[in-house]
Design a protein around this ligand. Structure first.
Ligand code: ZN
Length: 561
């Protein structure tokens, strides 16, 4: 049994530090209790639960050990974000006033005293601005100092200093170098030793060979700091339990994106969705052969599909559980592993479902015409996300422009991501309709997927059009409006126009894929500039979403006994 109220990891974190005050005399303005309550209310509390009834007793014991190991990632991540985090947490735990409890709650959501949804605004008095270098570099170093030091290093030292799995620390006085790269296995030795032990205990329980291998090699990696073999083992995982645990994403290092933050996703495979994916996989060539583009742009022999796993979360920790929740990820990030083994996409179905219920359904109540609201369905939402992922592999990629071999990515430059995201979305709708028409999918899907997509468009645009996905979605919505495939009623609500949406989806799919096939940067740029914007009628809906949660705050309630 797990609970988000006071994770054991935090007790661990508490034990790891000596008490000492980091609360200086605060003069900057921090949110009042009321303001803080409103900030917290943006995260809808939800239960995240996975069905594990099909797991044998030994596999369940392995799962419980993995959750224990994951808790250790919370403790490490807190310290990676900021050296003062653990001490501050101890102080917050002492304050039982309503304001103190709200601060603790929001600290746990953000894994630190800065509100990640509000450009890292501090919400606890006396704390500094959020350090961009996190705790990966010395707190008193400047970015310029580190850059100058990096320049002077030889190739091998430089690779170590820029590596995922080292922290940069000041050397002892008298050293020839101002800084040194210290391996995570030393920086977090007590925690990683404990985590390695728990992974080995889990490995001893499971009877699934690929899982055993990942857990054993990952336990070794925690102690040797060499993650290669365990990354390979993770790519080869084929088991009912699908854990991802260790240092992975580099976003928390806002200076250089070099340093990996610790996290854990402890999940179980969703067999029904995995079967659905396999079925779609078998239809991809047929979809490609029928894409609504010049046949010369179609790929007659698609390569192997990149691996995708659909899983349900039992527990997440560290970088995987802070601020806005991760709904899907691609790993590993190590180029060497990607070259040799590729990378894998993992989609967290029960997290997606919680977001759907907690955020998308309330958005639909505001954004859609009353008659269409009940058409919004999770099945349509999730099936479209699956198809979106698959469609990234279809359409033009390697292209020829003026006799020169190149790629869509190279030619479209900074417009590439927004275009490619819009392509995957809109051609995903096109492909689902194609499969419905072929009788491969039920007609009920076609009856709900356009309305579901429309509601989810507002969710994406709400996160901003400065980021590729939001911009790509705004482009589609405005295109549909211009085509008369979506209309705005007098009361400001939006509705799909059933007679026109199919044609608009087809023509936008054609338009984007054709400009990709031509590597037409100018056209991409024009489309993004004219369509990738928030129009007044869309802004009006966004303004009415103030009371709707932005994301979820998970409580992990899978019974592990
Ligand atoms: Zn995508």
């Amino acid at each position: 049994m797990t609970s988000a109220s006071l994770p054991a990891s935090l007790l661990l974190a508490m034990a790891a530090v000596a008490a000492g005050s980091v609360l200086l005399q605060g003069q900057s303005s921090v949110p009042s209790e009321r303001e803080l309550d409103a900030m917290i209310a943006r995260f809808e509390p939800v239960d995240i639960r996975a069905d594990i009834s099909h797991l044998a007793a030994n596999e369940r014991r392995a799962l419980a050990k993995l959750v224990d190991a994951a808790r250790v990632m919370d403790a490490i991540f807190l310290r990676q974000v900021w050296a003062g985090n653990e001490t501050l947490l101890l102080e917050l735990l002492e304050d039982r006033s309503p304001l103190g409890e709200a601060r603790l709650r929001y600290f746990l959501i953000n894994k630190g005293p800065w509100s990640r949804l509000d450009h890292n605004r501090p919400f606890i008095p006396g704390v500094p601005e959020k350090p961009e270098q996190a705790n990966f570099y010395p707190p008193d170093a400047t970015k310029a100092e580190i850059e100058a030091w990096l320049k002077g290093l030889d190739e091998q030292e430089s690779a170590r200093a820029r590596g995922f799995f080292t922290a940069i620390r000041r050397t002892a006085p008298g050293s020839t170098q101002p800084f040194e790269a210290v391996p995570y296995s030393l920086v977090y030795q007590p925690e990683l030793t404990l985590a390695a032990t728990l992974l080995r205990e889990a490995a001893a329980e499971t009877s699934q060979p690929t899982l055993k291998r990942y857990l054993e090699t990952r336990a070794d990696a925690f102690l040797t700091n060499d993650y290669y073999e365990s990354d390979v083992a993770w790519m080869e995982l084929d088991a009912s339990i699908e854990p991802t645990i260790g240092p992975y994403e580099v976003y928390e290092d806002e200076w250089f994106n070099f340093k990996a933050a610790f996290e854990a996703f402890i999940t179980v495979r969703d067999d029904a969705e995995t079967a659905k994916l396999e079925r779609f996989g078998g239809l991809l060539q047929e979809i490609e052969n029928n894409l609504p583009i010049d046949p010369a742009f179609r790929n007659p022999a698609l390569g192997a599909m990149a691996p995708i796993r659909v899983v349900n979360v039992v527990f997440t920790a560290g970088d995987a559980n802070r601020g806005v929740q991760t709904a899907a990820f691609n790993l590993p990030n190590d180029e060497r592993v990607i070259r040799e083994k590729g990378s894998k996409r993992v989609m967290l179905k029960n997290v997606q479902e919680a977001k759907f219920n907690g955020v998308l359904v309330p958005i639909a109540q505001v954004a859609l015409a009353p008659a269409d609201r009940s058409k919004v369905s999770f099945d349509a939402f999730f099936t479209h996300i699956l198809m979106h992922e698959l469609m990234h592999g279809l359409g033009p990629h390697d292209i020829t422009v003026n006799g020169r071999k190149t790629t869509v990515r190279q030619e479209l430059r900074e417009t590439y991501s927004a275009m490619e995201e819009a392509k995957a979305d809109v051609s995903g709708l096109w492909a689902l309709q194609f499969l419905v028409d072929r009788g491969e999918l039920p007609a009920s899907l076609a009856a709900s997927m356009y309305d579901t997509f429309l509601a989810s468009a507002f969710r994406s645009i709400r996160f901003g059009v400065n980021e590729a996905h939001g911009r790509g979605v705004a482009m589609q919505l405005n295109y549909f409006l211009d085509q008369g495939a979506v209309r705005v009623a007098d009361d400001g609500t939006f509705a799909v126009v059933p007679d026109r949406i199919r044609e608009a989806v087809t023509s936008l799919t054609r338009e984007i894929m054709t400009l990709q096939a031509h590597g037409d940067y100018a056209r991409a740029r024009t489309m993004i500039e004219t369509l990738g914007v928030v129009r007044p009628e869309v802004q009006k809906v966004l303004d009415r979403l103030t009371g709707v949660p932005v994301d979820i705050a998970p409580r992990f309630t899978t019974p592990l006994d």
